[in-house]
Design a protein around this ligand. Structure first.
Ligand SMILES: C[S@@+](CC[C@H](N)C(=O)[O-])C[C@H]1O[C@@H](n2cnc3c(N)ncnc32)[C@H](O)[C@@H]1O
Length: 347
């Protein structure tokens, strides 16, 4: 649709969402519209930017399109070897899925394009959720991928999001390097991204906890020596004995809306407080919040509060976030959704 100024001047073109709070996702400025050719052009450009990128070397799993960060609001595309998975979150993109699928085949040469729907977002847009193969057949089983020598399974059909959390790639590198000889706790482990990195790095022992049976079935198929536990991670942590040297706490988004922030802050603090209680002397902790409503400043304050309440001082060794294939547009700061801190318990 065209976007007009109060005077009737054409300002640009975008996708209209009559049922959403965000009425228009702007795609281009100016009077002329490139129409659907713009989507094709931007998909090709996004794929080209990743191709041969030195920081993506050795990775079978790559995010090819990161919504606004690639000028394509409402569209996320991940590649797992020869399978490309798209996830649409707006009515505009849902209605252009065929154009998107054609462009992805052309740009990637992949034999299979599979669609996953962002159910919550599409519901808000008044759009039906559609899932299944758009080109080629649905994969019969999770897809084996290698990420810098680490082996994983991406459950494209039944897993969460597009099947795997590509956004934690850099933090997995860190876990692998910190792991040797450590007793590791991976809370909210999903299919074992961090736990398997710790196993490859030579951890002494690994406990990994998630509430999803389906995710743990995929994790267990790795055959790694990990104690996989199906449990509520909050309850598990409250009851856990101290003695972990490396803790990873990566909960689901606890603040999906701004109005959730207060409640979410309490939940993060609870996790951090008990995480610190279970941390061995000089333990390392990697803690995350994946909601743009809880940014770095607030998250540091929450960590500080937990540290005071636990009577356990910590120092920040580094900041963690999504990798290079998850770019953020300067005019869309909400695209920076993953905040992480690498902490060290002092004593
Ligand atoms: C952000 S994902 C974790 C991703 C994972 N760390 C990785 O890198 O692949 C959040 C995970 O928390 C799990 N989850 C949500 N609520 C939970 C709860 N109360 N207890 C345990 N697991 C929970 C979900 O099943 C999901 O696997």
């Amino acid at each position: 649709m065209r976007v007009l100024s109060a005077e009737g001047e054409v300002l640009g073109h975008g996708h209209f969402s009559p049922h959403s709070q965000i009425r228009v996702r702007l795609l281009e400025l100016g009077e002329q519209s490139s129409g659907e050719a713009l989507l094709t052009e931007r998909i090709h450009a996004a794929v080209k930017r990743r191709s041969g990128h030195p920081l993506l070397e050795g990775c079978d799993g790559v995010r090819l399109v990161h919504a606004e960060g690639d000028g394509l609001p409402g569209l996320v595309v991940d590649r797992y070897r020869d399978t490309v998975v798209l996830r649409v979150g707006t009515a505009g993109m849902a209605r252009r899925r065929e154009t998107v699928a054609d462009a992805l085949v052309e740009a990637t040469g992949a034999s299979r394009i599979y669609e996953r729907g962002d159910a919550a977002a599409l519901r808000r847009e008044g759009e039906a959720v559609q899932e299944g193969p758009l080109r080629g057949e649905a994969p019969q089983e999770p897809i084996a991928i290698v990420e810098r020598g680490r082996q994983y399974l991406a459950d494209v059909v039944s897993g969460q999001k597009t099947g795997f959390y590509l956004d934690q790639r850099e933090a997995r590198n860190l876990v692998e390097r910190l792991a040797p000889g450590r007793r590791v706790l991976d809370l909210f482990c999903y299919s074992g991204g961090f736990a398997l990195a710790a196993a490859k790095g030579g951890a002494q022992s690994i406990v990994a906890v998630d509430g999803s049976k389906q995710a743990l079935v995929v994790a267990e198929a790795s055959g790694a020596v990990v104690d996989w536990v199906k449990a509520d991670a909050f309850r598990f942590l409250r009851a856990a004995e101290p003695g972990f040297d490396l803790l990873i706490i990566d909960p689901p988004p606890l603040a999906r809306r701004k109005s959730d922030v207060k409640r979410a802050s309490r939940a993060y603090k609870d996790l951090l407080l008990h995480g610190l209680r279970c941390a061995a002397p000089d333990a390392q902790l990697l803690v995350f919040a994946c909601s743009h409503h809880v940014g770095p400043d607030l998250f540091r304050k929450i960590v500080f509060g937990a540290s005071l309440d636990a009577d356990r001082p910590v120092r920040v060794l580094g900041e963690l976030g999504a990798p290079t294939d998850h770019p953020v547009a300067l005019d869309h700061p909400e695209g920076r959704y993953l905040t992480g801190l690498w902490l060290e318990a002092i004593g």
